[in-house]
Design a protein around this ligand. Structure first.
Ligand code: ADP
Ligand code: MG
Ligand code: MG
Ligand code: MG
Length: 404
């Protein structure tokens, strides 16, 4: 551990902000009205400071372990480099959709960033029944911009190699490989479901089609280095904002990309789809079918915006001589098919695995049982269906399982 790596504390934040010019110019560190640790994620410390003029900054520090578990699960704090690299690269492509990085403290693994506390974490907004129209499309546009702009299609050869080299992130990737692909069907001692759902988890683990699909998906995750993907693009990694009284998002920001690496484009698509299905499962469990259908509709909104953004950028590809339009159609179709399986993986891990989601966990147990059962059934159904089907077909198939 570096000598100067100390954990940041609330008491230290004012002095820290004053000592960093890039942060001190965003906030009056001598006139702070509040400093708090607001982290609610699984991994890191996050501090929000506000000054008397209402201006704010956020500083996030990576710990040498998983916050959710503690020192018993060590994890490299170097992960903040991957978060910074990807946030900067993605911000350059779609500045309006990615949180702005203000400062990097390598020794202490601290990131200073734009204060988004006038936004809400999208998962919280979804749980509250809010509608931020345009958010799902914004997520799709972000994925499309990243898929093109950080890939062989958008980068020169040396630039690509430099980005790939910087993005080697095995420790964080291994967490995904274990938790998302292996552990939903192979309990490593971290899984937990309600007793009433134990047969559902056992049926998932005994489903050869599902386990085989997870094996293929894990292989794809580990070998298809297509783009500098976000790697953790659930609805808790997106902030949304709408004007008072409006149901339309006027700002959508992606953040928390420490899992970024050169991986499959469809992994981010599938992650978003899975989280819309989880949001839908909550609504259906609560008896709000209209809301459930609305949440399922986000699947196609993200897909359509992804596809449109990628197609818009396609004319700028590096080598149009051999990467002809027929190849574009092949890629789009392949990504759509892969997204089904990645989504299934992400859905199942949130039900049986170590890191769960509030969409389902905050349901009363009697409603949670049915929601969990529906999501696992949807995941199993999704991997059974052949690849050449639409995003809408995916959400319809999941919806049928959720309401069963
Ligand atoms: P972790 O990597 O531990 O999941 P996150 O980056 O997701 O950490 O941050 C945890 C929480 O801190 C978020 O869910 C959000 O509530 C808050 N947060 C993070 N970044 C910002 C920001 N730039 N502005 C406002 N709040 C933020
Ligand atoms: Mg997070
Ligand atoms: Mg790292
Ligand atoms: Mg994180």
């Amino acid at each position: 551990m570096e000598a100067d790596y100390r954990f940041l504390t609330v008491d230290e934040v004012p002095g820290y902000l004053a000592s960093v010019p890039a942060l001190a110019e965003r906030i009056d560190a001598g006139r702070l009205v509040s400093v708090g640790e607001i982290g609610d994620g699984n991994l890191n410390l996050v501090f929000l400071a506000k000054d008397a003029d209402g201006r704010g900054v956020v500083v996030k520090q990576a710990l040498p372990y998983v916050r959710m578990v503690g020192e018993g699960w060590p994890m490299t704090p170097e992960r903040e480099k991957h978060e910074i690299q990807s946030l900067l690269a993605h911000h350059a492509l779609v500045p309006e959709l990615v949180v702005e990085v203000l400062h990097h403290d390598e020794g202490r693994h601290i990131i200073g960033m734009e204060d988004l506390s006038d936004h809400q974490v999208w998962r919280h907004a979804l749980n509250d029944g809010a509608t931020h129209d345009g958010a799902a499309a914004a997520v799709g546009r972000y994925i499309g911009a990243v898929a093109f702009g950080t890939s062989v299609f958008g980068l020169g050869r040396q630039e690509l190699a430099d980005a790939q080299a910087a993005a080697i992130n095995p420790e964080l990737c291994e967490i995904t490989e274990d938790l998302v692909f292996t552990e939903p069907s192979v309990d490593a001692g971290r899984n937990e479901v309600l007793p009433e759902n134990e047969p559902d988890a056992a049926a998932l683990a005994a489903d050869d089609t599902f386990v085989d699909a997870m094996g293929r998906a894990k292989y794809a995750f580990m070998t298809h280095g297509e783009a500098l993907i976000h790697g953790d693009l659930h609805t808790g990694s997106v902030m949304v904002r709408a004007p008072q009284g409006s149901t339309v998002a006027d700002s959508v920001k992606v953040f928390d990309s420490e899992f970024a690496f050169y991986g499959p484009v469809a992994f981010d698509i599938g992650a978003s789809w899975a989280n819309y299905v989880l949001a839908a499962s909550r609504a259906f469990a609560m008896g709000d079918d209209a809301r459930g259908q609305w949440a399922l509709g986000l699947v196609d909104q993200t897909w359509q915006a992804f596809e449109a953004e990628f197609r818009t950028r396609w004319p700028e590809r590096v080598d149009p001589r051999v990467w002809r339009d027929s190849f574009l159609e092949e890629r789009i179709a392949a990504w759509r098919a892969e997204a089904w399986v990645f989504a299934a993986a992400k859905m199942s891990r949130r039900i049986v695995g170590a890191a769960k989601v509030t969409d389902v966990q905050t349901l009363p147990p009697d409603l949670r049982v049915g929601a969990a059962r529906g999501v696992l059934a949807a995941a199993r159904a999704a991997v059974r269906v052949s690849g050449d089907r639409s995003a809408t077909a995916f959400s319809e198939l999941c919806g049928a399982e959720l309401v069963r």
